[in-house]
Design a protein around this ligand. Sequence first.
Ligand code: EPZ
Length: 427
Amino acid sequence: MKGIVVEGGERLVGEVMVSGAKNAALPALAAALLVEGTCRFTNVPRLRDVETFRGLLEKLGARLHWRGKGELEVDTSSIEGVTAPYELVKTMRASILILGPLLARMGEAVVSLPGGCAIGARPVDLHLKGLEQLGAHIELEHGYIKARARRLKGARICLDIPTVTGTENLMMAAVTAHGTTVIENAACEPEVEELALILKEMGAEIDGAGTNVLTIRGVKELRPARYSIMPDRIEAGTLMVAAAVTGGNILIKGCRLEHMEAVLGKLRETGMEISPLGEGEVRVVGDHVPRSADVKTLPYPGFPTDMQAQFMVLMTLANGLSVISETIFENRCMHVSELKRMGADIRVQGSTAIVNGVPRLGGAPVMATDLRASASLVLAGLAAEGETVVSRTYHLERGYEDLEGKLAALGAKVRKVDLNEDLGQQE
Ligand code: EPZ
């Protein structure tokens, strides 16, 4: 069982480069299915979910090769398969992203229904409803989505919820559909905007990238693209909180602050000094006890749900009471019970956590339950007195490129370990 041991109390200093964004790289790989040829993506983070997605595309007949650091070549000249099996989808829900492009390219797709996950039921009903509006015939059988479409046709789709991967799936299905598609109440996360830019690089005709209304005029065919993946705003936010909870002073390079306004605003509200230096560089200083601040997670440009657990760690050390409301997922407070074992004073009512700041946390053995919870437990370990052992950190490896290496380079005492059979709570 993979684990991470953190010896708390070290102040982080130095500089760190942010990796490419996981949630931009995965849809980019899916979009490659739309073209017959070789796409080349740079600044691709080398993390477990990217490798899993690579395996999925290769299963469909694609050939992928790493050409140097962060450079991934994706050859989708010959795609034979149309099936994403349960064994694979259950390890990575983002596999659902091949549904739209496979339908567009092959006229059919058989994708396992992604089950729920630790943070919620995660239904895909809006993906399927939108694809049916585009003319797809969809059947659900034995846990699989069986989709067929001779030729997708443009439609006006209004999403009940601005679903990120739902918007991405529908955009990819619409770019070669016959006619024009309008997606209203579309997600406008930077990663969704990035996918629109990648598709336009392939020759797609899309207006409204980065807004809640996307207009897509179907084109006959697309061409392979070269594209550099945007930096990961959630990793950048995680590193900022690492500086805050250790009273550190770090220079973060390669981030796009315009994608992080809600997070920057909240961190400044707690008293953090955040000084943009231009060219994607920002100095963050957290050398005092943070002030408490309330947070409500919302679709972009609101405060991102993927930063909720990390921000909560900072609030466990704040002077005062903060209210953290999770509105996107129904069960994204599982890090709370682990933080309480480290001495945090938190009460949860539904999806709202009331955090009463304490002077210090104490190291303890804790268990990660999902990707961002595992990051939050490492952050808590950095701030805690004594040793924290975080188990099940395979979650962390799914979504962060060598986070422990980056933290260690900033002076943190963190190291990977192999724990014997994990005796923590049952799944
Ligand atoms: C994406 O997940 C991200 N994953 C998540 O990041 C992120 O937390 C989430 O967007 C919200 O920003 C990737 O991009 C690969 P949603 P996604 O569809 O698309 C409900 C991480 O840590 N919903 O926007 O699955 C859903 O249940 C991961 O990197 C439906 O009801 O999220 C949720 O309550 C975690 N029906 C809400 O919408 C649907 O058909 C938002 O989910 C689709 C979604």
